[in-house]
Design a protein around this ligand. Structure first.
Ligand code: ATP
Length: 407
């Protein structure tokens, strides 16, 4: 049984959320119906194996339309038991809609959702097995911290002692022991969000849904809560999906990232895969800093940049007049003139740990950035106007068709 607190009316002008405020009584057929008696001994936090290969959630061919507008198109996704997955993408790409479809708050137009093998596609939110945390905390202002956290337990009619133990355990987990009697208004934003997290976890849901839980908090609190949520998730092993538009947050927290754009999935991968091997020019541009250079794929292992030639790893874009070469600034290195490509230093920016050097390639006039250690730049005599050699290692180069980048 899920605890469904009325979500913020994200797109209230367009469609009222179908969720009911507050948890419904115990769902007869939901997981809660099978839950053990709650007046037994206090429960240790469940630890599910994060390395498990079993699938917790399987989404197949999921499409969501709002009238003529398709918000999600043919989404296929499998999330493993215990995984921490982030939905990442620009505003309007469909992240929240997908999360809400999983919760049953924005039912899909087509496609299916299975949770632990059970088809939940048509179940109402209160019959699904999840806990949810919203960006706006959505705590009940007239209830104490204790009563907020106990909300789902009370609806489930847990015994009083077991409820008290569970609330204490959860508040300890989120570092708020002793705050039971306070009201939300007496708490900071970060504390309120930790209460919301405790409330979402209280009924031991199989799935934790986090809808931009950190974006209303200031930078310092966000960083702290980010590591707290990650540590808590790892400790409990609860399968978790978090929506974010903050790439750094996704890279730091997720086991796998689902990068979305215009209602489709562009790439699913670990943070390192997404960063190192972006599957499309969109992902390459969206994650981290990236240089893009227009080039001509001369053959399967050589590219031409104006008059200069460059080795690259084997690719399948031979025959195209133009392609887009992508390389991260930290993968670009400088060398002596005459080695590598020839370039001129346009701009040098001191960024503490390294220098960001803007270069113009000779012959084609295209610019790129190189992140270079201070000592390396000194030994090469890097200064504005100087000529230098530039190395673009073959293994760090990604190539994309020009048309895809322009689409
Ligand atoms: P953000 O980060 O800004 O919240 P998002 O990636 O979460 O963006 P969604 O909220 O999922 O995006 O919205 C996806 C698209 O669906 C957007 O174009 C949005 O305007 C549209 N949309 C969402 N809800 C509705 C609705 N109830 N009626 C009509 N269109 C909607």
């Amino acid at each position: 049984m899920s605890l469904v607190i009325a979500p913020p009316r994200h797109h209230a002008s367009r469609q009222a959320p179908p969720a009911t405020a507050g948890a419904s009584p115990r769902a007869a057929s939901g997981p809660a119906a099978r839950a053990p008696a709650r007046d037994a001994a206090p429960q240790a936090p469940i630890s599910r194996s994060a390395s498990s290969d079993s699938i917790h959630l399987k989404i197949s061919g999921l499409t969501k339309r709002y009238g003529q507008f398709t918000a999600l198109s043919e989404i296929d996704l499998a999330i493993r038991e215990g995984e921490f997955v982030c939905f990442l993408g620009p505003s309007g790409c469909g992240k929240t809609t997908l999360l809400r479809a999983i919760a049953g708050l924005a039912p899909q137009s087509e496609g299916t959702i299975h949770q632990r093998g059970q088809d939940i596609s048509r179940l109402p939110p209160q019959a699904r097995d999840f806990g949810i945390v919203f960006q706006s905390y959505a705590l009940f202002p007239n209830l104490t911290v204790f009563d907020n956290v106990a909300y789902g337990l009370r609806n489930r009619r847990d015994a009083r002692d077991a409820m008290r133990r569970r609330v204490t355990e959860l508040l300890t987990l989120v570092d708020l022991a002793g705050s039971e009697g306070k009201y939300p208004a007496a708490l900071s934003g970060g504390q309120q969000q930790r209460v919301a997290l405790a409330r979402a976890l209280a009924t031991e849901p199989g799935l934790l849904l986090l809808d931009e839980p950190l974006s209303a908090l200031d930078a310092r609190v966000r960083l702290h809560l980010r590591s707290q949520i990650k540590a808590l998730q790892a400790r409990l092993g609860v399968t978790t999906i978090m929506v974010t538009h903050d790439q750094e947050e996704a890279l730091a927290m997720a086991d796998r990232i689902v990068v979305m754009n215009h209602g489709v999935i562009e790439q699913i991968g670990t943070p390192a895969e997404i960063y190192r091997q972006p599957a499309s020019a969109f992902v390459a541009e969206f994650i981290g800093s990236m240089n893009f250079l227009q080039c001509c794929p001369e053959n399967a292992s050589t590219l031409r940049l104006g008059q200069q030639r460059l080795e690259c790893a084997a690719h399948d874009l031979v025959g195209l007049d133009q392609a887009r070469l992508a390389i991260r600034p930290e993968a670009v290195s400088l060398c002596a003139v005459g080695e590598g490509l020839s370039a001129q230093v346009e701009h040098v920016e001191f960024l503490g740990a390294f220098l960001r050097i803007t270069l113009t390639l000779e012959g084609c006039g295209q610019t790129l950035s190189a992140d270079v250690a201070l000592k390396d730049s000194e030994s090469l005599g890097v200064r504005v106007g100087a000529r230098v050699g530039v190395r673009l290692p073959a293994e760090a180069i990604r190539l994309y068709p020009l048309v895809e980048a322009q689409a």
